[in-house]
Design a protein around this ligand. Structure first.
Ligand SMILES: [Zn+2]
Length: 247
């Protein structure tokens, strides 16, 4: 999962107007895909071909759920087919009795599903060495557990590609630790890692990698007394601002 700031769309109001007029979420798909470099906001998989790109309604639009949010841009999640299909109409709440029936009641709800557009949600999660999502705050563990079940994020088929990517990253991190006294080698490895967390390279899993590298840095920071590693890791600006809270 990655963070997406929907407010960063310069023409947000204009897009909402377009949506109100055409009543078809495909008319804003391109703008939403550009916010995440064409990766799924839930699983970060790169979405190839427009046929695989879908819009998930975070609060489901079906009857009995939130049909009045069908054409609300802020309820949209740019999603791959797999995430959209498995999520389907699931939207559990801590207290179903508080389910909102209109806009003003939304703030009373406590959803048990992570939202990629919610800063607090993203600041409460991280990834382990095998690319599995976990909660960094105890009070978030139930929400993370349920999100993983709903989106089937940890099933073998969905995780295998991510695990392969994480294995490659781990190999580089392990070498950095093993050869930390050889500055030239460390610099080469850090350069390779920096390429993996650059949007320009069309990479998937940039946010998952960044979260994992950050936790790795915290764990091993004490060992890096001779060669400062942190200063050389070039986290993307949005990750620094949102996750690390550094401007
Ligand atoms: Zn996905």
């Amino acid at each position: 999962m990655r963070y997406v700031d929907i407010n960063s769309l310069e023409n947000l109001d204009e897009l909402q107007e377009r949506l109100d007029l055409c009543k078809n979420w495909n008319c804003v798909k391109e703008e939403l895909s550009n916010l995440s470099q064409k990766t799924c906001w839930y699983c970060e998989h790169y979405i190839t071909g427009s046929g695989y790109a879908e819009i998930d309604h975070w609060r489901p639009k079906c009857e009995g759920q939130y049909p009045w949010l069908e054409f609300t841009l802020r309820n949209y999640i740019y999603s791959c087919k797999a995430c959209n299909n498995t999520k389907s109409t699931h939207f559990p709440l801590v207290d179903e009795a508080k389910k909102a029936s209109c806009e003003i009641e939304l703030s009373n709800e406590e959803p048990l599903l992570l939202n990629p557009c919610n800063i607090d949600d993203i600041r409460s999660i991280c990834y382990d060495a095998s690319g599995r999502l976990y909660a960094t705050k105890v009070e978030m563990s139930e929400k993370v557990k349920i999100t993983k079940q709903i989106l089937k994020l940890d099933t073998t088929a969905r995780l295998s590609e991510k695990q392969r990517a994480f294995n490659q990253l781990n190999e580089k991190l392990k070498y950095i630790k093993d050869f930390q006294k050889i500055q030239m080698l460390t610099d080469i490895l850090i350069e390779q890692i920096n390429k993996l967390i650059t949007y320009d390279e069309g990479n998937e899993f940039v946010w998952s990698f960044c979260m994992y590298i950050e936790s790795w840095l915290k764990d091993y920071e004490d060992d890096f007394t001779e060669i400062p590693i942190r200063e050389k890791i070039k986290f993307p600006q949005d990750f620094c601002e949102v996750y690390l809270g550094v401007a």
